[in-house]
Design a protein around this ligand. Structure first.
Ligand SMILES: [Zn+2]
Length: 448
C-alpha cells in the first residue's frame, strides 16, 4: 500500500473527528478540507479496540450477540474500513505507536514513534489541539496510561518506551484533564512502590522505574485528584483526575492457564463513565480517547478466552459512550482498531486443524450465544498482521437516518452526494470494499 492511499484511509477518522469537533489540524490536507461547519459536534469519543480487526469483531459478535445479533459497535450508523501499514523503513506492519500517530496527527510514521514524523520532528496532536481549542481532554485505557496509543494523542517522543517522559509531558505540556488506566510504575522513581507494590506475585518484573521524579506528587500539585481504587474513582469530584490502577496493564497477558488474568480494579466502562461525567462539565466540549488493550495483548498470547473477555469489556465501554451520545447528540463516537493481531480466523469446529501446533494451533471451541453451534479461533502468528481494520465504525450517533449502514464522512474525498449523507462528503462507493483503496487515483495526494 502506498503512502498516497494511506491518506484516503486516515482522512475519515482524523478529518471526520476534527471537523466534527470544530477543530483544525496543521496537516494541510485535513486543514484545507475541514468541511462545512454545519452539523459540528462539540464532543468526540474516540474508542480503540487495540488489535481488533474483522475476525476479532466477528468472534465477539458470535460469542456475545449470536448468529443474528449485533455488537453495540455494529449498531453505529456509519461504517468504513482502514488499511494500517506504517511509513517504516523496516516493516510493512504497523505497531500501535505508528497507528495511533496516524490517527492523532494525520501523518504516517515509523513503528515506535509517538507523534513524531519519519525524521523525528514533533507533530501537532489531536489531544493538544482540542485543549488549545478550549475543550476538556482525557484518556482512558486498560494499558498503561502512557502506552503508545493514548500517548500519541497527547505526547511527542521518538521512542514509545519513554513512558516516564510521556507522563511528564501529560502534566507539563498537553495537560489532559482525565488520565485513567494503568502504568503506575512510570510515575514513580525506583524504590517508591506507590499504591501498587513492586514485584507482585503475579508478575515479579513489575516495579517503579520512572526517571522524572515523583510525578504523582507533581500531578497533585498541579490540581489533579489522584485515585488508585475503584471506590476512590467513584467518589472523585474534581475536574482534573489522575487514576492509576495497576503497575503496568490492568491485566496479566499470558497464554491460557499460564497466569493469565483479566480482572481490572476499575473496568473500562467504569473509567469511561467517570471520564465522561468529568469532561462534560466543560461547556466548550471535550475530546476523550478510550482504549481496550487486552484484545491485542491476549491475541499476542493467542489466548482466545481472554481476548473475548476483553472484547466484552470494550462492548460495555462502547455502550457507555453510546448512552452518553444518545442524551448528548452533539457527540461524535468513533469505534475502531489500530491493527490486527494474531492472524486470526474464525472457523467451523467440524473441520480438522490444518494449521498445526504451537502458536498456529486452533483455540476453542467457543459457544455461539443462543445457539447450539460453536466456533474455533485459529491463530497464525503471535504478532500483528496487515489485515484491514473495520471502521471508523461510527459517525455521529444517533443519526437522523440511522437505519442503514453508510460510509463514513470523508472531507478529503470525491463527493458522492446523497441527501441522507452526514455532514462532510462521503467516500466514493468503490472505497467501501477496501480493495478499491489500492487503486485510488494516483493524483489524489502527493507523497509526503
Ligand atoms: Zn500488539
Amino acid at each position: 500500500m502506498t503512502f498516497r492511499s494511506s491518506r484516503w484511509l486516515l482522512a475519515p477518522v482524523v478529518a471526520g473527528a476534527v471537523a466534527a469537533a470544530g477543530l483544525s489540524l496543521v496537516n494541510p490536507i485535513t486543514a484545507a478540507d475541514a468541511g462545512p461547519a454545519k452539523g459540528k459536534a462539540r464532543n468526540v469519543i474516540f474508542i480503540n479496540g487495540d488489535g481488533m480487526a474483522a475476525a476479532q469483531r466477528e468472534a465477539a459478535r458470535l460469542y456475545l450477540a449470536g448468529l443474528d445479533g449485533q455488537l453495540t459497535m455494529d449498531k453505529l450508523p456509519y461504517s468504513g474500513q482502514l488499511t494500517t501499514s506504517p511509513h517504516d523503513p523496516a516493516s510493512p506492519i504497523t505497531d500501535s505507536a505508528a497507528a495511533a500517530t496516524a490517527w492523532a496527527t494525520g501523518e504516517k510514521t515509523y513503528n515506535g514513534a509517538i507523534s513524531v514524523d519519519v525524521d523525528g520532528n514533533p507533530l501537532p496532536t489531536l489531544g493538544a489541539q482540542a485543549k488549545a481549542a478550549g475543550k476538556a481532554t482525557g484518556l482512558v485505557t486498560t494499558a498503561q496510561v502512557t502506552d503508545a496509543s493514548p500517548a500519541a494523542f497527547f505526547a511527542n517522543t521518538a521512542n514509545r518506551s519513554a513512558q516516564d517522559e510521556i507522563a511528564r509531558q501529560y502534566l507539563e505540556v498537553t495537560k489532559p484533564d482525565v488520565i485513567l488506566g494503568g502504568g503506575e510504575d512510570w510515575w514513580l522513581p525506583a524504590g517508591a512502590a506507590g499504591a501498587y507494590p513492586d514485584k507482585p506475585a503475579e508478575d515479579t518484573s513489575e516495579a517503579s522505574k520512572g526517571t522524572k521524579g515523583d510525578l504523582i506528587t507533581e500531578a497533585k500539585a498541579k490540581g489533579y485528584q489522584y485515585v488508585s481504587t475503584a471506590d476512590q474513582l467513584q467518589a472523585a469530584k474534581g475536574g482534573k483526575l489522575l487514576g492509576l490502577f495497576a503497575n503496568e496493564e490492568l491485566f496479566q497477558q499470558r497464554p491460557e492457564g499460564e497466569g493469565d488474568v483479566y480482572n481490572p480494579p476499575a473496568s473500562l466502562a467504569t473509567m469511561t463513565d467517570k471520564a465522561l461525567s468529568t469532561l462534560s462539565k466543560n461547556k466548550q466540549g471535550f475530546f476523550l480517547f478510550v482504549e481496550e488493550e487486552g484484545i491485542d495483548e491476549f491475541a499476542h498470547a493467542n489466548n482466545g478466552t481472554r481476548m473475548l473477555q476483553a472484547l466484552g469489556e470494550l462492548e460495555k465501554a462502547v455502550a457507555v459512550a453510546r448512552n452518553y451520545a444518545a442524551s448528548h447528540p452533539d457527540t461524535l463516537v468513533v469505534v475502531t482498531g489500530d491493527h490486527e493481531c494474531g492472524g486470526l480466523t474464525v472457523e467451523d469446529t467440524a473441520t480438522s486443524d490444518e494449521s498445526g501446533d504451537g502458536i498456529s494451533a486452533e483455540d476453542g471451541p467457543f459457544p455461539i450465544k443462543g445457539s447450539s453451534l460453536s466456533f474455533n479461533l485459529d491463530w497464525t502468528t503471535s504478532g500483528h498482521t496487515g489485515a484491514d481494520v473495520p471502521s471508523p465504525r461510527s459517525v455521529r450517533w444517533p443519526s437522523s437516518s440511522a437505519a442503514s449502514t453508510r460510509t463514513p464522512t470523508c472531507t478529503t474525498c470525491s463527493p458522492r452526494s446523497s441527501p441522507a449523507d452526514p455532514p462532510g462528503r462521503a467516500l466514493p462507493s468503490r472505497i467501501r470494499d477496501g480493495r478499491a483503496l489500492r487503486s485510488a487515483p494516483p493524483d489524489r495526494f502527493a507523497p509526503g
